[in-house]
Design a protein around this ligand. Sequence first.
Ligand code: ATP
Ligand code: MG
Length: 183
Amino acid sequence: LQRETDRLVRLSNDLLFLARLDAAPLSWMPEQINLSDLLGAVIDQSRIVAEQKSITVNTHMPASVPITGVADHLIRLFLNVLDNAVKYTHAGGQVTVTARGSRAEVIVTIQDSGPGIAPDHLPHLFERFYRVERGRGSDTGGSGLGLAIAYQIARAHSGSIRVESKPGAGSSFIVTLPLAPEA
Ligand code: ATP
Ligand code: MG
């Protein structure tokens, strides 16, 4: 009962968040953010679960990646993607987070050594309630909103998220965000 209640509380929070984002995508207060610091904090949090599964989390990023955005929302975006990487990767696997800045944007790749995703699922992954293993019951406990939320947050920051994956060859989620204009 406790587990089911937790799941329903999370579901209603996620739905509320999406509804708010749909209604008012531009009504937030953007802040100056160092994306490397933000990613570092998100990764530290994911490590707690990763360590329980003996999954190694590697990071490659520059010390400073200045962007403009809503920190709470960006944390939510990257937590959702990292949560998936850790959740769907087998014990003993690897997750690697890389941030690479170019002239106008930063590209963050979250790569895992998990099972990968078949090509027919890839176009639907960012749809609300879409789950690849929906027929297998609720063993991994999600509702299929995590990536839909990540997609909306990336878009609201004038960025994007996409996936590259092959069954048996792991998955890479690639988030692109505009860099803050130089002062
Ligand atoms: P929620 O995030 O709401 O708890 P969820 O994880 O099932 O539930 P999404 O995060 O939206 O939902 O992901 C959608 C589906 O995409 C997942 O159910 C899973 O099948 C697949 N998926 C996502 N990330 C990965 C990954 N790194 N490796 C393999 N499959 C993945
Ligand atoms: Mg998820």
